[in-house]
Design a protein around this ligand. Structure first.
Ligand code: ATP
Length: 279
């Protein structure tokens, strides 16, 4: 069986508070896009491989963890071999690993005829990672709590997306450590964005996107993220933002030619620039 694992973008990322368990309460509008990994899943003995030699191919891979979680939750003894062709950039804030895990859960549900609902699969996925439940459901959704409390939203109107991953890593724990919830001055307009989705107003939704992590980036990283956003807006993006804990930046376009122009301009400076659509 072949399965596609779509990348996710954060149209918004807000941090509402710190919890007693040390995690943060998040509020995020998530969106799937057509940039995807391809998984080939066949009955086998539990082997796995990917086209990226630096990724783990054992039980540390989220796809393997998901298969084990599915077996535990359903009692099915379904051993499979998993081969992943990665296209979603790694450590990019696009939930690539979580999406692979979600694709394995959906595929095993189909292969075994277990007949679990997406909500049941999402629950199994929560044990693998907090973005996995969203990746099981996909589309446009509000994610709260650590990201596992989900509510489907009216879909973002179809549009073109330009995604640019600059070549520096950002440490997620360091970003969380730098956020002082009481001192967040700029937040996304999550309510306004959801109202725009309800009206099917792409431009208004795009204008309200924001990611609070952008404010706590190191100054030189912040300038680079801002520069990429400026190129996207100059080329006609309706809005641009960083996704997840970065460093990937994306812009939404209602015009295919403008999106291609943005892709070309960013490709002069960056290697990982992609043109995609909403899913
Ligand atoms: P998120 O947006 O959920 O924070 P991310 O895009 O920042 O995720 P991923 O690319 O999903 O990060 O995962 C990064 C880490 O997970 C890497 O350390 C990688 O080794 C590990 N990993 C495990 N399985 C996978 C997989 N199938 N694909 C990518 N990374 C994986």
């Amino acid at each position: 069986m072949q399965a596609l694992a779509y990348a996710k973008l954060n149209l918004t990322l807000d941090i509402l508070g710190k919890r007693e368990d040390g995690y943060h309460n998040l509020q995020m509008v998530m969106q799937s896009i057509s940039l995807s990994d391809t998984l080939t899943i066949t009955p086998g003995s539990g082997r796995m491989d990917t086209n990226l030699s630096y990724l783990p191919s054992d039980e540390r891979n989220l796809a393997q963890l998901a298969a084990a979680a599915f077996r535990r939750a359903t009692g099915q003894d379904c051993q499979v071999d998993i081969s992943i062709d990665k296209h979603i950039p790694v450590c990019a804030g696009m939930a690539g690993g979580s999406s692979d895990a979600a694709a394995v859960l959906r595929a095993l549900n189909q292969l075994t005829g277990a007949g679990l609902t997406p909500e049941q699969l999402a629950k199994i996925g929560a044990a693998v990672g907090s973005d996995v439940p969203y990746c099981v459901l996909g589309g446009t959704a509000l994610a709260e709590g650590r990201g596992e409390v989900l509510q489907a939203l009216p879909p973002l109107p179809a549009c073109h997306v330009v995604v640019c991953k600059p070549p520096f890593p950002i440490s997620t724990p360091q970003l969380f450590a730098r956020v002082d919830v009481k001192k967040i001055v700029r937040r996304p307009d999550t309510r306004g964005l959801i109202a725009a989705l309800e009206r099917g107003d792409l431009a208004d939704a795009a204008r309200r996107m924001y990611n609070v992590f952008e404010d706590v980036l190191e100054p030189r990283r912040r300038s680079e993220i801002d520069a990429i956003k400026s190129v996207l807006i100059d080329c006609g993006a309706l809005g641009a933002s960083m996704t997840g804990s970065g460093p990937t930046v994306f812009g939404l376009f209602d015009n295919a030619q403008a999106a291609r122009q943005a892709q070309q301009r960013l490709s002069e400076q960056y290697r990982e620039v992609f043109l995609a659509e909403t899913v």
